[in-house]
Design a protein around this ligand. Structure first.
Ligand code: ZN
Length: 198
């Protein structure tokens, strides 16, 4: 494969990114080609580095390039609060709001008998172990308002049990779980402040 074919192949890969179709991908690649030194080369280098080094944090499930993520590595984030989210996108959205100072637990999905996703797959036993090891006082459930999201939230609440820490959830009416990412930062902060007992 030579010449134009390689550029077409790059456009084809770019077109698979969320939010980019074939036309936007073509425009983006043309832009990169015109800024080969200033943008394309450093972008390619950064992508190669992140592709090689990125991993799931063994503690919380966030994605980062360290042995653990920067949130788990930060002693100031040991506030006794854990926010349980469905997806890394939700964690990043919460972080954009700068309202939550504790740590996270990323489930990577919700309970689903249909897809054979059980508590083990979601790291729920690991969450229970963390609650004891990290002396957690409050667990904030920031899960989707869907049936699966709420089934998962109730399962977690039961697994924690009445002797465990306080369990809260974000203010009702806030679409969360994948959609947290589309909320503005102020809305996320308000939903966190207005959290209620679960
Ligand atoms: Zn982490």
């Amino acid at each position: 494969m030579t010449g134009r074919d390689e550029i077409e192949s790059l456009i084809g890969l770019m077109a698979r990114l969320p939010g980019l179709g074939p036309r936007s991908a073509r425009r983006a690649v043309l832009h990169l080609l015109r800024k080969r030194t200033g943008l394309m080369a450093p972008l390619a280098s950064a992508m190669a580095t992140v592709a090689e080094q990125a991993r799931d944090c063994p503690i919380c499930g966030n994605i980062s390039t360290g042995a653990t993520c920067e949130i788990c590595a930060d002693p100031a984030r040991a506030t006794g609060e854990i926010c349980v989210v469905e997806d890394v996108a939700d964690l990043w959205a919460m972080e954009r709001g700068h309202a939550f100072k504790g740590r996270y637990h990323v489930l990577g999905g919700v309970l689903s008998a249909l897809d054979a996703i059980g508590p083990e797959e979601l790291g729920i036993p690991r969450l229970i172990a963390r609650i004891q090891a990290e002396e957690i006082r409050e667990v904030i459930l920031a899960l989707n308002a869907t049936v699966e999201g709420q089934t998962t939230a109730h399962y977690i609440a039961e697994a924690i049990g009445p002797a465990g820490p306080r369990i809260t959830s974000l203010a009702q009416g806030v679409p969360i779980g994948g959609e947290l990412d589309y909320l503005d930062d102020g809305t996320i902060s308000a939903a966190l402040r207005a959290r209620r007992s679960f």
